[in-house]
Design a protein around this ligand. Sequence first.
Ligand code: R2B
Ligand code: URA
Length: 300
Amino acid sequence: MEVKNKNLKETFIFENDFYYHLGIAPNSQTKETFKDVKFVCLGGKQSRMKKFAEYLHEEVLGRPQNSVFQKGTNKLCNISEQAGRYSMYKTGCCISVSHGMGMPSLSILMHELFKMLTFAECSKVTFVRLGTSGGIGLEAGTIVITKQSYSSQLEPYYTQVVCGKQQRIESSCDPCLAQRLLEIGSELDLKTEIGNTMSCDGFYEEQGRMDGALCGFTKAEKMVFLEKAHNECGIKNIEMESCAFAALCHRYQVKCATVCVALLDRLKTDHINAAEVTGHELNLFRIIGKMISSSTTSEN
Ligand code: R2B
Ligand code: URA
């Protein structure tokens, strides 16, 4: 990974930086710890990303020693605990890190991860977001691998406002990686589809939900929105991060995939059955775990 911001080079910030929200400084220990990273797996929840790190460690990678452990134990350590914003774990060549909810939270994390991994001189790093979403016209439990991320205004790109001006950024995912994940989904007998994903800046009204504390639209308007997204843009699911995620990965020139389970069909309901979420999450772990194990063995 290369330094892309010339200000970091010209003003010696790069070596003297501090990744504030991760609670990590670019020093020799950071370089040693992260130099072998090949996969960065991100998801919203702290508890899910801890579980995913433990799953990779135990079930996929065979308890590798190049992991970050709690002092004097064989338990994985939350490397970013001090900073109190995100939870980050490292097992073998993988990082598992929570990004919180929404594109602003994800974006702060991505800037600091990119700087940290670039400082550690990592190469060929793949970024994967594993998350939950609302499906459009899909059975609950279906896994959607994103082809193209859309904004909530149904635009096939991400808009970032910089110094008061709008910039459009490409927001598609790596097509080969998407295809590989689809194949793994079918090998595991999981209902998996490739489709487009819409990212909204909220969970309730922004996604056309009628069960928030406030609702400023009619059922007919909701259905027009969801059906237009589905029929005209091929959008199969709605979540809150993939558009900024794909755009940031595109700008930093790293491969990315977004893999989200649909917790419900938004054409039928707005309500999530919380009891089913854990089982759905485990299926995401299995797909991404298999992708990682097949890539690491094919490279050895
Ligand atoms: C999916 O789930 C969260 C909202 O419940 C949000 O982070 C997302 O993208
Ligand atoms: N996450 C979302 O953002 N939307 C849903 O409907 C479900 C999970």
